[in-house]
Design a protein around this ligand. Structure first.
Ligand SMILES: *Cc1c(COP(=O)(O)O)cnc(C)c1O
Length: 355
């Protein structure tokens, strides 16, 4: 039976990518060796890292002054890395608290300086993107989380700010176009929309990074990694390889703009059904809805047993909501085909008919 993978992360990857990755694990580039048993300094792997970095620059249309790295520690270490590289000693930064991950970003940055939370939607269980006050004078940057994976909310676009931006784009990177010029740093854990868990992408302004007056531990120093072409230490070769394959796939499909169109179409379908079907309601405020993660629930929990049996029967996987929201969450990352969304919608309709 075909499985329709709505997992929030790690998540669905294109089938061709998984097939090519499996091939590389047994025999990489016809070398007779596995990708995971060769030196990361071998020309074949160096070419993989270079292609991953170059494709990122190309697909995101990054300005010349940007560099791209694939490191470890996930977005969770990114919270601290962001502050280490862009928050001056004794300095200030502004953060928007739009969800669990945004809140963790605040917590980590507080290790290093004066953090102001300029907007929060915590009081309503993060069901919307909060309005934000302007960053206090002297702030070095405004940090925000472009898509709130757990709550299913997403910034409609790049927020207006008088200071440079830093964004955790873990769960919507490569899902829609944006202009990188206002940013000092964009970072994203791979496992939401890019590849397997195990690497995190940093795209940053090389002219702005590291001007903090503080001494930065080597692994947290983006300039150190840039000077070593993202090979300061042994990179996570398999996650970087699979990410590179996914980036090739995005390019072959028509690039980020084509992803944006597909994603808008899928999101349009699921939200139309959530709004139409009298048995369901959405979690996120309509204006804040995410194209990546649709959060919804049954209005009457008495239908849960029947609904759960029906979607499992249809091959739908991974739609149980996060424990802090409950209900259901349909994650519709780039690789999820429209047909899978249609299968879920058909189940919702069938429940309405039979309930
Ligand atoms: C999953 C997620 C994270 C955490 O990523 P790790 O790679 O597990 O550290 C951070 N931010 C967002 C928006 C996420 O979805």
């Amino acid at each position: 039976m075909k499985i329709h993978n709505f997992s929030a992360g790690p998540c669905i990857l294109p089938e061709t990518v998984l097939n090519d990755a499996a091939q590389a694990v047994s025999n990489f580039n016809g070398s007779g060796l596995s990708l995971v048993e060769i030196s990361h300094r071998s020309p074949d792997f160096v070419a993989v890292m270079e292609e991953a970095r170059t494709l990122t620059k190309e697909l995101l249309n990054l300005p010349e002054r940007f560099d791209v790295l694939f490191l470890q520690g996930g977005a969770s270490l990114g919270f601290l890395t962001a502050a280490y590289n862009f928050l001056p000693e004794g300095g200030k930064a502004a953060y928007i608290d739009s969800g669990t991950w945004a809140n963790k970003a605040v917590k980590e940055a507080k290790h290093l300086g004066g953090i102001s939370v300029v907007g929060t939607s915590k009081a309503s269980n993060y069901d919307h993107i909060p309005a934000a006050d302007s960053a206090p004078a002297g702030s070095s940057y405004l940090h925000y989380t472009s898509n709130n994976t757990i709550f299913g909310t997403q910034f409609a676009g790049t927020p207006e700010a008088s200071v440079p931006l830093i964004a955790d784009m873990s769960s919507d990177i490569f899902s829609r176009e944006f202009d990188a010029n206002p940013f000092h740093l964009i970072y994203a854990g791979a496992q939401k929309n890019m590849g397997p868990a195990g690497t995190v992408m940093y795209a940053f302004d090389t002219e702005a990074a590291g001007k903090t007056g503080r001494s930065i531990p080597s692994y947290l120093d983006l300039q150190v990694h840039a000077s070593k072409d993202s090979m300061f230490n042994t990179p996570s070769v398999f996650p970087v390889y699979v990410t590179m394959l996914t980036l090739r796939w995005i390019k072959s499909m028509g690039g980020v703009k084509a992803m944006e169109i597909r994603n808008a179409e899928k999101a349009g379908l699921i939200y139309a059904e959530i709004d139409r079907n009298p048995l369901f309601e959405g979690h996120a405020a309509i204006k804040s809805r995410s194209t990546m993660n649709a959060t919804f629930r049954l209005i009457d929990d008495a239908h849960a047993t029947a609904f759960d049996a029906m979607w499992e029967e249809a091959g739908v996987s991974g739609i149980k909501g996060h424990r802090s929201v409950g209900g259901y969450r349909a994650s519709m990352y780039n690789a999820l085909p429209k047909e899978s969304v249609q299968v879920l919608i058909d189940v919702m309709k069938e429940l309405e008919r039979t309930a």
